[in-house]
Write a new protein. Sequence first.
Length: 198
Amino acid sequence: MKIQILLLVLFISITYTRGQGELTVVDHQMTISGTSTMHDWVMSAEKMAIEGQFNWVDADMAKINDLIVSIEATDLKSDKGKIMDKNTFKAIKGDACPEITFELTGVSEVQKSQKNFTIVCEGNLTLAGTQKPITIETIGTWVTPDQLIIRGTEKLNMTTFGIEPPKFLMGAMKTGDEVEITFEVTMSLAESAISGGK
């Protein structure tokens, strides 16, 4: 299940061989899903910030610089209601560590086929005050000459970040350790870059 979320900040500069342009977000979805002893659950980030710089040559990505994604702990909302929101906030140490961030450190692989490209991104994820290196594979698709969709999925264990999986109903319900993060971002290219770079 995917739940649309509101993007606060996204600014991506793109350099073309025949011009310059900017991509801005027009649609955005992200979920964090998991299991429990009673039922599966899904959380969404109501607000998120992404900042970065992509360098391109025509439709081929050449380099990604300074990509940072951040989410406020208070903006994670569950489809199971406020009790789970409260317990999740406590589990990820939201008071002491109010921000969840991913900072890109490198790109290990870029592959392209027709309108699609695959990027293997390496970076540091900071969650509940603990920073760990992770690798995320993303897939980009030019659905039109001026519109790009980037998708990705990553699984991780809460205990890796020192998080005890939340419990409910006096311990009768316990969430599973593994969670899955899924995201999809749709971006559009400025008109000046379409005419000059595509």
